[in-house]
Design a protein around this ligand. Structure first.
Ligand SMILES: Nc1ncnc2c1ncn2[C@@H]1O[C@H](COP(=O)(O)OP(=O)(O)OP(=O)(O)O)[C@@H](O)[C@H]1O
Length: 928
């Protein structure tokens, strides 16, 4: 019987080599097969924050559903329509986390087995999502790869892309077949494929669409699922497989056009059967021993069978919208049925439930033998970035989260539903932990800070010592070389001079000797006899002169050789010196590098200290709030706080911690129980504790979009504004401003806020507040108001822009980000008005003196600040009336920088377009 071998199965890089004839089927004994996973507590990865995620080495654990999330890049439409808005998700691939923005203030964090950003290549997606499953199929297991997500988020791109025009774009189906073909031997093994579509609980053959009511047959003994009515095509090469996929796609498209549906309303299912011949152990043994030669031929070859099922699921967005967007109720029900049945089966498997409800839908009946048990399953959740589809994205993610948590549930909490939902959301777990543990967290942070400081000091000291050592060593070497060089030069010079003098001396002596000889011979006039003697004398003196000349020549040659050697020596010394100079320069660059590292370290330290300071202040705040609550409870629980309000408070908190909980009490029910009016009336209570308590409840409720209308209708907005006017308590200001900011996300409420003098009240609060969190909330509220085209003049007239700019005195990055957002919103409305011709003259932002701050922060290191300011500059630049101020204020050069360096392509393009379309900018650039 097979064991899992999962421990050695890591992201598809290493395949286990287990030999099995048939994998477990789901109903063979799900309980045993799930339990048989060789995981101990060491198989769990617990992050430093206490959250729980998938262990890295569980990639191939059978029965485990691995869930990856993949973000599609913005498409052309989103680049234009959402240019001013951030994506609704933020990915942290290194932490395997995804943050889903709830609003401007808040986000939920989810953890996955893999987080694939918009930059993830198709190759990487295949490797992390599909390769482990494909390899297990080659080893004789069954496996399933599914894609789930809203229409248009990239399910088909991920699974079915053929990539003929660009091989890098090949999807999972094509890559899987490539790997399979590369691993099998077509002489002994076989690969066959069916391609089907499941629409309205009917299975249609995509290779022969006339064949459209295919029954599912299950082998009662083995649990194997088969579709005898479907075409099963043998694959021998990649080309024929791609042809088959193309044919299937064409039929799918044609079938769906006929049904007047879109492809995303059906599930597309590719089944790949791999049969491999395996040399049996017995036959190998017996032939080795040579005991019975016939045994080998008589014993049948063992066939190892694996099945890979790739499912492109129907679009997830259809589930809740039955009857809408032109598709029928029946269709919606059918999609709903199959997807929820799939979820239930996975759920039942994870909980070791004896009953796995596979019969509930055709999809699950079809997958029955291909997930759970020893089968490996990968689910890729595809999402889009658009903030407009946040709701759909959230519900898609929740499907993935249900699935991803299943595995951990078994180990963590024996299946209590409370922990189930907490496990889905990392953030909620953190919240729980903080409530109990904030003091030790604070102590931990202190210790961490001490450690960081001492480590930093130690490193700094070591760096400084190293720099000193390198500098001294380099200087010593340089002076030594210089000394050597000078000595050698001097020595050479002296030697050369000495030799030269000696040669001169010798020549002079020789000359004197010669002159003496010739002088002696020339004096008298001789007789004939004398003449002949003289001739012989002259002959001999000629010979000796020739000899002398040749000796002199030799001397000269020797001299020139010596000189050459000396020159060579000098050259070699020179090159040595150059070499030393070079090594000195590289020593210097090393020192510069070390200095840079030191500076980076110091920056990092500063940043950490800043973060820790913020954490400290948050902890202090939590701590004092907790103490306050505890004191109130100690005083008798409800001394002044009515019991029903207390329960509402805790219910609201619980509700926020457990979004998606189907059993949670609806807000309407809560309002019925306590009455919103009653809560709002407490906002005016004499007791400040009670007022704080009530404003927090209202703020919590206002964070949910669904409650906002009710709060405003019941007069909650007026009461919150009253609190800003009448209260002097900073907490009340902070919480009330936060609630107003959330209400100010809606256009109708923005008008109401302005109508009730809200901008004046927010401006006064901004002027008096010191606490960065209060300022952040106020700035956020004004920033939301800045985005309303109709309110521009009034907002500016009542001092809104000045109030916004006044808040930059607090240098907290969160406050600055909100100020920048407000400015960007305002500039965007102005540029729209200018284009429509309803606004002329220069920007009110420039009138109110915002430009210097904008220019100063256009390259701020905090990306939320920088991004908003970059957008604001692009909007301002679109209106010619602003050009003069922008040029003189230095904004033009920031625009040039943005058009070159901005990391977001859409902003870069916008800046570039603006620059090229404005004659004043063009003229200025030409001038300079
Ligand atoms: N990761 C990606 N990178 C680039 N383009 C992508 C990516 N994912 C999807 N797209 C593009 O987005 C568009 C929609 O993708 P796709 O058709 O795969 O979505 P889908 O979820 O399968 O939709 P449906 O449910 O309607 O079938 C296509 O044009 C596709 O090329």
């Amino acid at each position: 019987m097979a064991t899992s071998g999962g421990g050695s199965y890591r992201n598809g890089t290493h395949r286990n080599s287990l030999k099995v004839d048939r994998p477990f089927s789901m109903n063979s004994n799900p309980k045993t097969s799930v339990k048989s996973k060789p995981l101990s507590s060491s198989g769990l990865r617990r992050s430093s924050t206490g959250s729980i995620g998938a262990a890295k080495d569980d990639a191939g654990v059978p029965g485990r559903v691995r869930v990856a999330v993949r973000l599609r890049p913005r498409n052309t439409e989103e680049l234009v329509a959402d240019a001013d808005f951030a994506d609704c998700v933020e990915l942290q691939p290194e932490l395997k986390r995804l943050k889903l923005r709830k609003n401007n203030w808040d986000s939920d964090t989810y953890e996955f087995d893999e987080v694939l950003t918009e930059f993830a290549s198709q190759k990487r997606v295949y490797e992390v999502v599909a390769k482990p499953v494909v390899e297990s199929v080659l080893d004789g297991y069954n496996g399933t790869i599914m894609a789930y997500g809203q229409t248009g988020t990239g399910k088909t791109y991920t699974l079915g892309r053929l990539g003929e025009e660009d091989t890098a774009a090949r999807g999972i189906m094509v890559r899987a077949m490539e790997d399979i073909l590369a691993d099998v031997s077509l002489e002994t093994d076989s690969i066959s494929v069916s391609y089907l579509q499941l629409y309205m609980e009917t299975i249609q053959d995509l290779l022969d669409p006339a064949n459209d009511n295919i029954p599912i047959v299950e082998d009662s003994k083995t649990g194997d699922v088969s579709l005898p009515g479907a075409n099963l095509v043998e694959i021998r090469d990649q080309k024929s497989f791609v042809e088959l996929l193309r044919l299937g796609e064409a039929h799918r498209f044609a079938a769906n056009t006929k049904l007047n549906t879109e492809s995303s309303r059906s599930h597309a299912i590719l089944m790949v059967h791999v049969k491999r011949s395996v040399k049996g152990k017995h036959s190998a043994l017996s032939s080795e021993k040579g005991s019975n030669l016939h045994m080998k031929t008589l014993r049948p070859a063992i066939v190892r069978k694996g099945k890979l099922v790739v499912v492109d699921l129907a679009g997830s967005e259809r589930i809740d919208k039955s009857g809408s967007e032109g598709h029928t109720l029946e269709e919606a029900k059918s999609i709903n049925l199959s997807l929820s049945a799939l979820g239930k089966c996975i759920n039942a498997l994870a909980e070791n439930s004896v009953h796995v409800p596979v019969r509930d839908s055709k999809l699950t009946r079809l997958l029955k033998d291909s997930f759970g048990g020893t089968a490996r399953t990968s689910l890729v959740i595809t999402i889009g970035p658009s903030p407009r589809h946040r709701g759909e994205t959230a519900s898609t993610i929740m499907f993935g989260q249900r699935t991803t948590s299943i595995f951990w549930m078994m180990f963590l909490c024996a299946g209590t539903s409370i922990v189930w939902f907490r496990a889905m959301k990392v953030e909620n777990m953190l919240k729980l932990k903080e409530e109990f543990d904030y003091k030790s967290l604070s102590r931990g942070l202190d210790i961490q800070l001490d450690k960081l400081i001492s480590e930093h000091e130690r490193q700094q000291k070591a760096f400084e010592n190293e720099i000193e050592r390198i500098t001294t060593e380099a200087q010593n070497r340089i002076s030594e070389v210089e000394r050597n060089y000078e000595d050698a030069l001097e020595e050479e010079r002296v030697k050369y001079q000495r030799d030269y003098m000696e040669s001169i001396k010798k020549l002079e002596e020789q000359l004197v000797k010669n002159q003496q000889k010739h002088g002696f011979e020339k004096v008298p006039v001789r007789s004939e006899d004398d003449c002949s003697a003289l001739t012989s004398n002259t002959e001999s003196s000629k010979i000796s002169a020739v000899e002398e000349v040749s000796e002199l020549k030799k001397l000269l040659q020797k001299e020139s050789l010596l000189r050459k050697a000396a020159e060579e020596e000098v050259n070699s010394l020179k090159s040595q010196l150059a070499q030393w100079k070079r090594s000195e320069a590289s020593g210097n660059s090393e020192i510069i590098k070390l200095r840079k590292m030191l500076e980076d370290e110091a920056l990092q330290k500063e940043k950490l200290e800043g973060e820790i300071a913020i954490l400290h202040s948050q902890l202090l705040q939590i701590s004092s709030e907790a103490d306050e609550t505890r004191r109130r409870l100690d005083r008798g629980g409800s001394g002044k706080v009515p019991g029903d309000l207390d329960s509402l408070f805790s219910q609201v908190k619980l509700q926020q911690q457990e979004p998606g909980n189907g059993e949670k009490a609806s807000v309407a029910k809560l309002f019925e129980q306590v009455g919103l009016q009653k809560i709002l009336s407490l906002l005016e209570s004499e007791d400040s504790d009670l007022r704080i308590h009530a404003v927090k409840v209202v703020a919590n409720l206002a964070a949910e979009e669904t409650n906002q209308e009710k709060i405003v209708e019941a007069g909650g907005l007026t009461s919150l504004l009253m609190l800003l006017r009448s209260s002097e308590n900073e907490t009340i200001h902070r919480v009330a401003a936060g609630a107003i900011a959330n209400l100010a996300m809606n256009e109708t409420n923005q008008e109401l806020i302005m109508g009730q003098g809200g901008i004046g009240l927010l401006s006064i609060t901004a002027a008096n507040a010191e606490d960065p969190q209060t300022l952040r909330m106020v700035a956020g509220a004004i920033a939301n108001l800045c985005g309303n085209d109709k309110l521009q003049m009034k907002l500016r007239g009542e001092g809104g822009i000045k109030a916004l700019l006044g808040m930059v005195r607090c240098r907290h990055p969160d406050v600055l980000a909100q100020v920048a957002r407000g400015i960007a919103n305002f500039a965007k409305c102005e540029s729209r008005a200018s284009m429509q011709g309803t606004k002329t003259g220069r920007s009110l932002l420039i009138e109110d003196g915002a430009l210097p701050w904008i220019v100063q922060n256009a390259n701020n290191e905090a990306s939320p600040i920088r991004r908003h300011i970059e957008l604001a500059l692009c909007h301002l630049a679109q209106h010619e009336a602003n050009a003069k101020d922008m040029i003189s204020g230095g904004a033009l050069w920031e625009l040039v920088r943005i058009s070159r360096d901005c990391s977001r392509e859409d902003i870069r393009t916008l800046a570039h377009r603006t620059l090229t379309s404005c004659p004043a900018f063009q003229a200025e650039m030409r001038r300079l």
